[in-house]
Write a protein that binds this ligand. Structure first.
Ligand code: HPA
Ligand code: ZN
Length: 344
């Protein structure tokens, strides 16, 4: 039997898979695959409340952001030693290389670990070691963004910043994650002012489940340079105009949005509207071990489900490379390669 030729969408997805890309929205704890979580749990004698990796996967039927976060924090509780943090980051970075990621700006949640008595040094030491190794052995440029948990207080975040002070040189920037509901960006105004004075880049999750006002507040109260998710900006035309005018990057994660029920199916995702509005959107994986795919899979499924042209796909990739916090000279060769691949 003759197989039918690949569709235009599937050829475009293949092209995108080969293209250089920047991963700007990935939580390292969210890259922890069930098998590795169980292995690390065994060596630390920490029992997860599921029988097996398969049983854990079965539990990944989320109803909203909070239902995901409850499981995500439980799985992360196996991470204790420098070696654990190295191993999870190294596993992620090897997969990222296979997806042709050339730049990874990786979120981590120190508060999740500090509260369990894990030393800051183990967290940042293990992650930094994997990053240095990836630069050397995989040719990936990678850096760390320390996220604060917005369901906790600003005082607790400030204490975390104090504990991070000796490792300032290993941080690219700071971010804000966890449950948006009831936790507006304004809560962390002083914290972010202090981080900016330290010369750290700032990003914030906003407008994922929270209202468009949270996006405005992330820009005005926190000075966020990029917005993570930001999809609900479409509810406010004035805000869309501002985001376009100020060229604020939105790191959009379609598979995450579907798994967390922001959209019923991928075909319902607002990505085409974000692109049509001229917003600076790029696509990312968020928590790939939980949401069904790393960055290439995110692009592939989006291309298969949504009306995205070759020029849309090229724009998404270019936006990602241009929105990374790296020197324009570092981005330039990758942008050239991207343009050449797409015949521009
Ligand atoms: N949103 C908020 N916090 C998070 C997420 C997310 O998608 N993933 C990990 N922490
Ligand atoms: Zn996220």
């Amino acid at each position: 039997m003759q197989s039918s030729p690949p569709s235009h969408a599937s050829r475009l997805a293949d092209l995108v898979a080969r293209a250089p890309k920047a991963e700007l929205h990935v939580h390292i704890e969210g890259t922890l695959q069930p098998e590795l979580a169980f292995e690390i749990g065994r060596r630390n004698r920490i029992a997860l409340p599921w029988e097996s990796p398969e049983a854990l996967r079965q539990a990944y039927a989320f109803t909203d952001l909070q239902s995901f976060l409850d499981i995500y924090y439980t799985v992360a509780s196996v991470l204790c030693t420098e070696e654990d943090f190295h191993d999870v980051a190294w596993a992620y970075l090897q997969g990222a290389r296979d997806d042709n990621v050339v730049r990874a700006e990786i979120f981590f949640d120190p508060q999740t670990h500090l509260v369990r008595g894990v030393p800051f040094e183990a967290v940042i030491g293990g992650l930094s070691r994997a990053i240095c190794r990836a630069e050397r052995e995989l040719g990936i440029s990678a850096a760390l963004i320390m996220c604060f948990l917005r369901h906790l207080s600003e005082r607790e975040a400030l204490e975390t910043l104090e504990r991070a002070a000796p490792y300032r040189g290993q941080l690219l920037g700071v971010g804000l994650d966890s449950g948006e509901r009831g936790n507006p960006p304004e809560k962390f105004r002083d914290l972010f002012a202090r981080c900016r004075r330290l010369g750290l880049h700032s990003v914030a999750h906003a407008g994922e489940e929270g209202p468009p006002e949270f996006i405005t507040a992330a820009l005005d109260a926190l000075g966020a340079e990029r917005i993570d998710h930001g999809i609900r900006c479409l509810e406010d035309r004035g805000l869309v105009a501002r985001l376009v005018r100020e060229r604020i990057p939105l790191t959009v994660c379609p598979l995450s949005n579907v798994r967390l029920r922001v959209f019923e199916t991928l075909a319902d995702h607002c990505l085409p509207r974000l692109l049509a509005a001229g917003l600076r959107v790029s696509l990312h994986s968020d928590d790939p071990a939980f949401f069904g795919g790393a960055i290439n899979e995110v692009h592939r499924q989006s291309i298969m489900a949504l009306p995205l042209s070759e020029s849309d796909a090229h724009r998404l990739l270019r936006n990602g490379l241009e929105s990374a916090f790296w020197e324009p000279t570092a981005a330039a060769p990758h942008l050239e390669r991207l343009d050449a691949l797409f015949g521009f």
